[in-house]
Design a protein around this ligand. Structure first.
Ligand code: BTN
Length: 276
C-alpha cells in the first residue's frame, strides 16, 4: 500500500513575515484551483484592488503563457501532489524604465533555486536563462517561464503601473503524451524541492529584485544574466527568418544578435528566438 499523500504545506505565514516590512499591505493567498493567478490579479487590479499580493494556485484551469499561449501543468490528479509551482505577484511599481524587468525576474528566480552554478562536468544540471523569459536546463529543456503584464493606474506614462509577474515552474516530471522531449523539472536540479519549498526560496528575493529594479533598472542584473545566458555564442534564428549569433544582452535587456546586417538589438517580445 502506498503512503497517503501529504497535502502541500505552503509557507504563507513565513513569506508574509519576511515580505510585509518591504511591501506595506502585502497579502499571501493560496488557492486550490483558479483559472489563472495572473488573470485573477489583473481582474482585481481592474476593480481597483491594487494591494501587493502573492497569489499561489495548486491548479490552474486556464494558465496563460507568453504570446497568447496556454500554460499547462502536468496531471497528478488524485495523488495530492502539486506538480508545478504556479503563482503571480502583483504590486504597483514605478521604475524609470520597464525594459529588462522579466530578465531581472529570471535572474532572481534562477539564483534563488541554484545560488551557485555547478561545474559543467555533467553532474548537476545548470539552470540557465533563455532570453527573454524562460528558465531552461543546459540540455535544452524548458523548466519554467515568466509572464510579465502591467495595467495602467492613472493613465500618465510616469505614474506607477500595477505589474503582475506570473511564474510557472515544473517541480515534478511532466506527464505528457506525444512530446518527444518532455520538459525539465526542478526535481532534476534538487531532489528535495517541492512547490512549497521552491516558493519559500523564491518569494523574498523576488520582491527585493523588483524593488531594486524600480530603483536601478536592469543594468545591475546584466552581468548576472550573462552568467546564465543560454543563447550566448549560439546561432539563433529570429522569427522573421533572420539568422545570426547571440552576443549577450545590452544594459537595457535587449538581445544582441550579430547578423549579416551587423549587430541588431532585439527588444520586441513578438520576436521568438530559437537555438538553431
Ligand atoms: C511562458 O513560458 O510562456 C510563461 C509561462 C507563465 C506561467 C505562469 S503560471 C502562473 C501565472 N499564471 C498564468 O496563467 N501564467 C503564469
Amino acid at each position: 500500500m502506498s503512503p497517503a499523500p501529504t497535502p502541500a504545506r505552503w509557507p504563507a505565514e513565513a513569506i508574509w513575515q519576511a515580505v510585509a516590512p518591504l511591501l506595506p499591505g502585502f497579502t499571501v493567498e493560496v488557492l486550490p484551483s483558479i483559472d489563472s493567478t495572473s488573470t485573477e490579479l489583473m481582474r482585481r487590479a481592474r476593480n481597483g484592488r491594487l494591494e501587493p499580493t502573492l497569489l499561489v494556485a495548486e491548479e490552474q484551469t486556464a494558465g496563460r503563457g507568453r504570446l497568447g499561449r496556454q500554460w499547462h501543468t502536468g496531471a497528478y490528479e488524485g495523488t495530492g501532489m502539486v506538480p508545478a509551482l504556479t503563482f503571480s505577484l502583483g504590486l504597483p511599481l514605478a521604475p524609470r524604465e520597464w525594459a529588462g524587468l522579466s530578465l531581472a525576474v529570471g535572474v532572481s528566480v534562477a539564483e534563488s533555486l541554484q545560488p551557485a552554478l555547478p561545474g559543467a562536468d555533467g553532474g548537476q544540471p545548470r539552470i540557465l536563462l533563455k532570453w527573454p523569459n524562460d528558465l531552461w536546463l543546459q540540455d535544452g529543456r524548458k523548466l519554467g517561464g515568466i509572464l510579465v503584464e502591467t495595467a495602467s493606474l492613472a493613465g500618465a506614462p510616469s505614474e506607477p503601473r500595477y505589474v503582475v509577474i506570473g511564474i510557472g515552474l515544473n517541480v515534478l516530471p511532466v506527464l505528457t503524451q506525444g512530446l518527444s522531449t518532455p520538459p525539465a523539472c526542478l526535481r532534476e536540479v534538487d531532489s528535495t524541492l517541492t512547490a512549497a519549498s521552491a516558493l519559500q526560496r523564491i518569494a523574498l528575493p523576488l520582491v527585493q529584485t523588483l524593488l531594486g529594479f524600480a530603483e536601478h533598472g536592469f543594468a545591475p542584473f546584466q552581468a548576472r544574466f550573462a552568467q546564465r545566458d543560454l543563447l550566448a555564442g549560439r546561432g539563433v534564428t529570429l522569427s522573421d527568418g533572420t539568422q545570426g549569433t547571440a552576443h549577450g544582452v545590452a544594459e537595457d535587456g535587449a538581445l544582441l544578435v550579430h547578423t549579416a546586417r551587423g549587430m541588431q538589438a532585439i527588444t520586441s517580445a513578438e520576436i521568438s528566438v530559437k537555438p538553431q
